[in-house]
Design a protein around this ligand. Structure first.
Ligand code: TRP
Length: 343
């Protein structure tokens, strides 16, 4: 009974995870951990946005594997299906019906201005391509509407995301308002919740850590690979006993996020005083990361070795989520004037 009561008073947080790559440590620090931190305060929904990934992933085996990897990663890093709801987007056909209905109140000009679409068009223009839309599929173009449907289907109050997703959440707000204006107050207007650790983590080559640069520290690499990747981190030529810029070191950034505060302070002081070499820092960071990831790595392996377990968790989540989704969709159908026909 207590659970039911708190569920009513808690606001709802919802976030989607696109399975386009194996999660790395910057994903954990910037997105996974802050989202999981909301479970006490919010009624939380996490879903695998598999059909969003379809705009870029065209290999069926890769599509399957990434869906499992990303689901297992969130579970391994601490998502508790008993405390929050986890499901796969494509298990909810309601999403796609709502997406169509919302697209009919979405101005085309809004999608023309969407960052991802504009970037694709700008790149084509730069390359001198005659048809700037030649490499754009409709999935990429309509991506923001599908995302609005994900959010609106669950009447989410807040959407915890990184800065790169803020335009999408703004669009979801605009679309919900547009619908309400057209058909009367029906939809919850969501709010953006920017993750507090939106700081950019520097990857092994000195650029922002991103799988598109291949400079990432994967969450579930084995110990030997992890050691190698950390050893390979690019550092400047500051000598062992010279003062170093801790805050601009990707390795120190990672250490600061996972080590006890006092340890991070000590290491920072040692680096800045010229009492620690980059090599020593690498050893310390490797030990800390390896220790931190030992248990998650075991959980991840167990889940990936028994995908049926992941299936069961996602199916149970979808079953629960669908009831909710059907309820909202019924209200929407009603609002637009679609009556249930009875023979
Ligand atoms: N676009 C998000 C990303 O690339 C994933 C996503 C899809 C999402 N639907 C969502 C995030 C709904 C929050 C809410 O990371």
């Amino acid at each position: 009974m207590r659970n039911a009561e708190t569920a009513v008073t808690k606001k709802r947080a919802l976030t989607g995870i696109k399975p386009t790559g194996a999660p790395h440590i910057a994903n954990y620090i910037g997105a996974i951990r802050p989202a999981l931190a909301l479970t006490d305060q919010y009624d939380s929904y996490y879903f695998i946005a598999d059909y969003h990934a379809l705009t870029v992933i065209k290999n069926p085996q890769e599509f399957t594997d990434l869906t499992y990897q990303v689901a297992a990663a969130w579970l391994a890093m601490g998502l508790d299906p008993a405390q929050s709801t986890i499901y796969r987007q494509s298990d909810l056909p309601e999403t796609f019906e709502l997406s169509w209905i919302l697209s009919c109140v979405t101005p085309k000009g809004m999608l023309n201005r969407a960052h991802a679409y504009k970037a694709a068009v700008d790149q084509a223009a730069e390359e001198g391509t005659a048809d700037v839309d030649a490499n754009v599929n409709m999935g990429l173009y309509c991506y923001p509407v599908l995302m609005a449907a994900d959010i609106i289907l669950f009447s989410a109050h807040v959407v915890p995301v990184g800065r790169d997703q803020s335009q999408h959440v703004e669009y979801a707000r605009d679309i919900a308002q547009k619908f309400n204006h057209t058909y009367g107050p029906t939809l919850q207007v969501p709010e953006l919740l920017l993750s507090p650790t939106a700081a950019t983590i520097i990857g092994s080559d000195g650029r922002k850590m991103s799988k598109s640069y291949g400079n990432q520290i994967p969450l579930f690499a084995d110990t030997a690979t992890l050691r190698k990747l950390i050893r390979r981190y690019k550092t400047d030529s500051t000598g062992a006993d010279e003062p170093k810029d801790a805050d601009n070191s990707g390795l120190f950034q990672i250490y600061r996020e996972i080590a006890p505060v006092e340890d991070a302070d000590d290491v920072k002081k040692a680096l800045e005083a010229g009492h620690m070499s980059w090599g020593q820092l690498k050893d310390i960071v490797f030990k800390a990361v390896d220790g931190f990831l030992t248990e998650p790595r075991e959980r991840y392996r167990a889940l990936m070795a028994d995908r049926r377990q992941v299936d069961r968790i996602l199916a149970a989540g979808a079953e629960k989520a669908r009831l909710e989704a059907q309820h909202l969709l019924a209200r929407v159908r009603d609002a637009i004037g679609r009556v249930e026909m009875r023979p």
